[in-house]
Write a protein that binds this ligand. Sequence first.
Ligand SMILES: [Fe+2]
Length: 135
Amino acid sequence: MAYFRWQTAYETGIAKIDEQHRQLVDYLNQLYDAMQAGKGKDALEKVFRGLAAYTQSHFAAEEGLMKLYRFPEYEDHKATHEKMAAHVRKLEQDFKDGNIHSPLQITNFLKDWLAKHIMDTDQKYAPFLKAKGVV
Ligand SMILES: [Fe+2]
């Protein structure tokens, strides 16, 4: 069974966003699997780098849509993204520096954050954007 299973509750109903969220879930599963398989630091770092980069571009895509349609809570949502992006960058650096001794802590943290963010914060813009015709 996958470590992080996609749930229908995660769906925003906006195809592009749902696709990116699924990709993030997939990345996290790849990272977890690589850890479980006892892959070396270099391999894990590579997956982590991919996950971090994808997270950045996904946040930018969401922010672009919110800004384009003048979502009233744009600034708050963006601030949440920035905080998370900074945290991920720090985790990535700590990992690189060998300061993380329990990689599972990373995946658990990312999984919890992502599930909560997708189910709460992202669901706030979904009806707004859909009402503007975003599909
Ligand atoms: Fe978001």
